[in-house]
Ligand binder design. Structure first.
Ligand SMILES: Nc1ncnc2c1ncn2[C@@H]1O[C@H](COP(=O)(O)OP(=O)(O)OP(=O)(O)O)[C@@H](O)[C@H]1O
Ligand SMILES: *[C@@H]1O[C@H](CO)[C@@H](O)[C@H](O)[C@H]1NC(C)=O
Ligand SMILES: *[C@@H]1O[C@H](CO)[C@@H](O)[C@H](O)[C@H]1NC(C)=O
Ligand SMILES: *[C@@H]1O[C@H](CO)[C@@H](O)[C@H](O)[C@H]1NC(C)=O
Ligand SMILES: *[C@@H]1O[C@H](CO)[C@@H](O)[C@H](O)[C@H]1NC(C)=O
Ligand SMILES: *[C@@H]1O[C@H](CO)[C@@H](O)[C@H](O)[C@H]1NC(C)=O
Ligand SMILES: *[C@@H]1O[C@H](CO)[C@@H](O)[C@H](O)[C@H]1NC(C)=O
Ligand SMILES: [Mg+2]
Length: 596
């Protein structure tokens, strides 16, 4: 029996030892409980530099004795956290959601940042939540509205934004609510929210809703929507408009630049020192200014092809083989002030019977005009070649002469009638009618007389023009008109018919000029005597008569009796049509008569 008691004692002893040892070992093995660990995490995140949670001892078994922590007497679960004005900073640790029995969380009057954590919804017993006067941001989590036990909610004095969640309208158990002094916006949901005083919502300037809450009425949703749309639309409009204006401006600028380029292209210029420049007018056959400048610089005496009243003419061949005539003007220093403008106007003239002005070069000491080179000499050279033996050169047939008469008439008609302002040539002479490869006449030196004037009145003291061709009234009064050009043309016509120089010594011997000679013969009814013998034998007499008739009217002493050039052109063209109707050149010439 004693043995049994001993053995039972022994067992109890062993059990006691085990139990005692277990009690001794507990603090060593099981340190802080899980809620304590959760709170320790919380401490780590909010403990500020002042360390008000320093009293919390990690070696403790449970957090129940920690400052601001209250546990349930029986279950030892944390039921309250009360840490107002504890100079806490940082964010709230999500591990607080492990404090499943928590009834009250008071962290007000700290410097806690971040959002109101939505894990609070897992604290199903939480009745009181004090987070006011912190530095909380972001929006109110809508789960706050479905926390089953929540009675008191104060988040005032933070920086919470956004709307009050719709779930808040069903917080029927809520007894106290303070959302004031935040940045909440939008409409306050109705329902349970309407039970709270206006001061619960005050200090949120963007909140709207019931006037009971002291808030301004919200605009009807649709209206606000359309309003938004409207403002957005107008913003769009402004954007589109400004882009449009921007693009338009760019286009205008581009156009201006283009125009500038085109103008530069039309009038290619090289500046030469202070007052000099070389200008080439635009055209497919016009060389670049640079090439021209090189050519002008290289002009030599050898290249001179002739000299006239205005200066010396050089022939220049460019590297690419194109040939130009360069006229170096003399006495040009007092040339017209708007010299360049006049030249530009002359360059605009386009007619197959006018020598094309391609450019010019001006410098303080000299001026050059650049023309197309017309290879076959002048009408003067054609009719009166300097042959040593015979008086006359090769015979010139009527077709060539009438072609010259017609072309010259067309050129003058162009100057007189198609130009704006009209141009009076003033120096129509056989020396100024050049002949091209096909012996088409090209009138040259038009506009030059005016260009070389010092003043711009039409009445000039010195009479331009070539002796023998000048109309009597022009010679006397110095008054150049279209009619004086017509007179000169009449002289040329007579020159073509008679193949005599207007300056022929036989005229001056009889104290008459060519016109006087014609009048004289006409009175005797012997006007055909004027016509060269060769022509009288080869040319149709009717045409000769018509040409003589025109010449006679053109050299009339009274300017009013002289026909205008377009009429002369008409008569000569009808002449061509009747006599050359079988020749293909007829259509060609009539077609080009329209060309100006
Ligand atoms: N574009 C040209 N193409 C070819 N040769 C030309 C050209 N211009 C002038 N010439 C030649 O140069 C010579 C001189 O011409 P310029 O115009 O200086 O004097 P002009 O015509 O004889 O007299 P005026 O002073 O009355 O015009 C002409 O006779 C002609 O042979
Ligand atoms: C924490 O508690 C242990 C014993 O329980 C003690 O030795 C230690 O000093 C305490 N620490 C603080 C900081 O109070
Ligand atoms: C817990 O104990 C305190 C005294 O320490 C007492 O006042 C309180 O009523 C108790 N609470 C409960 C729930 O037993
Ligand atoms: C919050 O922090 C600022 C400085 O960052 C301090 O001036 C202020 O007193 C603090 N507020 C509270 C309630 O601790
Ligand atoms: C709440 O707790 C459950 C588990 O208990 C968890 O799955 C869920 O993520 C928690 N909710 C939040 C918001 O933390
Ligand atoms: C609130 O937090 C911001 C940064 O989130 C900080 O700059 C500011 O100083 C804080 N305000 C207070 C009063 O602590
Ligand atoms: C809410 O808090 C503000 C101060 O932040 C206070 O003025 C107001 O009276 C409070 N509202 C209620 C209903 O307690
Ligand atoms: Mg000439």
């Amino acid at each position: 029996m004693a043995r049994i008691i001993d053995s039972s004692c022994f067992i109890w002893a062993v059990v006691e030892i085990l139990v005692l040892s277990k009690v001794d070992l507990l603090p060593l093995c099981l340190a802080l409980n899980s809620e304590g660990l959760a709170l320790w995490e919380f401490r780590k995140m909010v403990q500020g530099p002042s360390g008000t949670l320093n009293g919390w001892n990690y070696s403790d078994e449970s957090p129940c004795d920690w400052r601001g922590v209250v546990c349930d007497n029986v279950t030892n679960h944390v039921i309250r956290i009360n840490l107002p004005r504890a100079r806490l900073t940082g964010t709230i640790s999500p591990r607080l959601s492990e404090l499943s029995q928590l009834r009250r969380l008071g962290l007000h009057a700290n410097n806690i940042t971040g959002a109101i954590p939505s894990f609070l919804v897992n604290l199903t017993y939480l009745r009181t939540l004090y987070l006011h006067n912190n530095n909380l941001t972001e929006t109110l989590p809508d789960v706050l509205g479905i926390m089953p036990a929540l009675r008191i909610l104060d988040v005032s004095g933070n920086k919470i934004e956004g709307p009050i969640p719709a779930t808040f309208s069903a917080m029927n158990k809520l007894k106290f609510l303070n959302l004031s002094n935040n940045r909440l916006s939008g409409e306050v949901p109705g329902g349970s929210m309407l039970r709270f005083p206006a001061s619960s919502f005050a200090g949120n300037s963007l909140l709207c809703g019931s006037s009971l809450l002291g808030l301004p009425a919200c605009k009807p949703e649709e209206e606000t929507k359309t309003d938004h749309k409207g403002s957005r639309w107008s913003a769009w409009k402004i954007l589109v408009l400004s882009i449009g204006i921007f693009l338009l401006l760019k286009m205008i600028i581009a156009l201006l630049i283009l125009c500038h380029c085109l103008r530069q292209d039309r009038k290619r210029e090289i500046q030469l020192g202070k007052e000099g420049k070389l200008v080439m007018f635009r055209g497919e056959t016009v060389p670049k200014s640079k090439a021209m400048l090189q050519a002008v610089r290289k002009l030599r005496k050898r290249d001179i092809v002739g000299e006239g009243g205005y200066g010396v003419v050089y022939k220049t061949v460019l590297k690419d083989g194109r040939v130009f005539a360069v006229k170096k003007l003399k006495n040009c220093l007092e040339a017209a002030i708007d010299f360049e403008n006049e030249l530009e106007a002359l360059a605009e003239l386009k007619h197959r019977n006018l020598v094309k002005l391609r450019g010019y070069c001006v410098s303080p000491t000299s001026k050059f005009l650049i023309y197309d080179f017309i290879p076959n000499g002048t009408v003067d050279q054609l009719l009166h070649p300097r042959t040593e033996e015979g008086e006359k050169g090769n015979p010139v047939d009527w077709a060539t002469r009438i072609k010259i008469a017609r072309g010259t008439a067309r050129a003058l008609a162009c100057l007189h009638h198609d130009c704006q302002p009209r141009i009076i040539h003033r120096d129509v002479s056989s020396k100024n009618i050049l002949l091209n490869e096909r012996f088409e006449p090209c009138l040259s030196d038009f506009g030059l007389a005016r260009l070389m004037e010092n003043d711009h009145t039409h009445v000039t003291a010195s009479v331009g023009g070539t002796y023998g061709y000048i109309a009597p009234e022009y010679a006397q009064a110095g008054r150049a008109t279209e009619k004086s050009d017509v007179y000169s043309y009449g002289v040329i016509l007579l020159e073509l018919l008679s193949r005599r120089k207007p300056t022929d010594s036989s005229f001056s011997a009889h104290h008459i000029n060519m016109a006087g000679w014609l009048r004289c013969l006409r009175e005797k009814g012997q006007e055909l005597e004027v016509v060269e013998k060769y022509l009288r034998e080869t040319a149709p007499h009717q045409e000769l008569a018509i040409a003589l008739e025109i010449a006679c009217r053109c050299v009339s002493l009274t300017p009013e009796e002289r026909p205008p050039m377009d009429e002369v052109v008409q008569i000569l063209e009808s002449l061509a049509n009747s006599s050359e109707s079988t020749q293909p050149t007829v259509t060609e010439t009539t077609a080009t008569s329209n060309e100006t």
